[in-house]
Design a protein around this ligand. Structure first.
Ligand code: HEC
Length: 171
């Protein structure tokens, strides 16, 4: 009761579709991590009206991550057919985007629409370490089979929500 993940569960919308795949024989934490990520995808529209260019760029980077996770998530749940080339391309894009995260956030820029918490810059090492966790999770993704995608996506989702829990405004 009252954990950050439960709150996200209550406030998100339109992200319940992956639950079937991930709750069957998998630990609930992974299921929640994926749902938290997809809840974040919905928030991508929060973009409108952002004036600060640096903030806009880092939001675009996050949005790109979410789009690639969605490509793999759709395959994982059977919404789109598994396609090894598409899956590999999504992984490559995730690796490229993940590598940009620390540079995108390094300058302590803000905007009334930003969801970035000031603790990013007072605990920069912790933020960098969460960005590295994402880099490791996407590098470890095995896109050579549908099972590989399904097995690796939970860890990716956990790395997204791990950072969001500490460094992004919890709405
Ligand atoms: C190292 C920390 C970190 C990691 C890892 C991370 N994020 Fe984020 N994310 C943030 C922060 C901080 C914000 C808020 C940025 C802002 O509003 O200025 C954010 C915002 C977002 C947004 C909203 C963007 C917008 O347009 O407002 C989405 C979507 C998102 N993240 C998806 C993801 C996904 C998907 C992953 C994993 C594949 C991920 N994030 C991994 C820190 C992280």
């Amino acid at each position: 009761m009252g954990s950050p993940q439960n709150r996200d569960l209550g406030s998100g919308r339109g992200f319940g579709t992956l639950i079937g795949i991930f709750s069957k024989g998998r630990d609930m934490k992974k299921t929640l991590a994926i749902m938290v990520v997809l809840a974040g995808t919905g928030a991508a529209l929060a973009h409108t009206g952002v004036k600060n260019k640096t903030v806009l760029e880092r939001m675009d980077g996050m949005k790109a991550l979410a789009e690639q996770v969605k490509v793999l998530g759709d395959m994982a749940k059977g919404k789109t057919a598994y396609d090894a080339d598409r899956a590999a391309a999504a992984r490559t894009a995730l690796i490229e985007e993940a590598a940009k995260v620390t540079a995108e956030f390094e300058a302590p820029e803000t905007d009334p629409k930003s969801e970035a918490l000031p603790v990013i810059w007072s605990d920069w090492d912790g933020f960098v370490s969460d960005a590295r966790a994402l880099e490791n999770a996407v590098a470890a993704l095995d896109t050579g089979s549908l099972d590989g995608v399904r097995a690796g996506l939970g860890a990716v989702g956990q790395s997204c929500s791990g950072c969001h829990e500490d460094y992004r405004l919890d709405k």
